[in-house]
Design a protein around this ligand. Sequence first.
Ligand code: ADP
Ligand code: MG
Length: 345
Amino acid sequence: MGNEKKNIEIEAIGEFGLIDELTSDFVLRNDSSIKGVGDDSAVMSSKEGEHKLMSSDMLVEGVHFNLSYMPLKSLGFKAVSVNVSDIYSMNGMPEQITVSLGVSSKFPVEALKELYAGIHAACEYYSVDLVGGDTTSSYSGLIISISVIGSVAKNKITYRSGAKENDLLIVSGDVGSSYLGLQILEREKGVFNANPNIQPKLDGYDELIKKQIQPTARMDVISMFQEMSFVPTSMIDVSDGLASEVMHLSKSSDCSFSVYSDKLPISEKSALTAEELGIDPFVCALNGGEDYELLFTASQKDFDKFKNNPNFSIIGFATDKSNANLLIDKNETAVTLNAQGWRHF
Ligand code: ADP
Ligand code: MG
């Protein structure tokens, strides 16, 4: 007794705490490394007027996807989407990907070809080139690790860190539907497991299920920004849940945010489904995750570009960091915003 070494459990510090713990001692040694750990993509210098971007994401069977309701082709498409989304988050365009696989030998070649059909479709959709990867065996299910390289004009690069007091907080599309799609899939899987003769009832939930199974990253939003001659002051993609991403922008930008719950974009189908499942639609919108929408800030002078724009919702604004991050409801009651995020651990 008394001489035991204390082990820190990953659960105690969470995913972001773990990343900090592992990487805080690393310094950037090369002039060409402009931004390392801490944003959606790494940033490296490139030719005149441009930066290179790089990002990686890993999807693990049983943690990020469940093959019992995830068609392999959709999984391939989704794996690329979650990666290119981190390049769009920097206001850049993806160019190349590498795909590394851990596969159990029980997987037939046909199954992997299905996966690659989805990767192929995504390469076409996002106009990126598959340029390499690695393949190894795995004893613990399928693992897909993708890296993506892209580029962005120096004067358009958007970090998590540029938000200023009074900036508008804006999100594309709607939030919460991916999480609700997952809840429907889980419910029907439960019914099927209990009685395999009952067909899953997925009709009418297509919009939610599509968002969960085969989300598309918002390449179109980056094109819209270009057409509007707009550059966000900060940006992040919504992978872990809107509330969690708001806190990331807050931390990186050294400001706080006030978010208005009645401004959150919740689709009609999401609201109805949340009611049917007996869950709070606001909780789905704030903590659901996997929306792959873009959350960004804009200076007040750009208000007209977004005020009646059906592709975007202005959900709040940035405040001085002496305030807390707040969630304000329609009765003006404010509570501190807290983020559950995705708990992988
Ligand atoms: P995202 O959700 O946008 O993919 P993450 O939360 O996964 O971002 O990662 C946050 C930051 O931490 C990124 O800069 C990422 O490159 C870095 N990061 C994540 N895991 C590791 C790791 N194991 N080693 C080094 N850096 C990491
Ligand atoms: Mg991201």
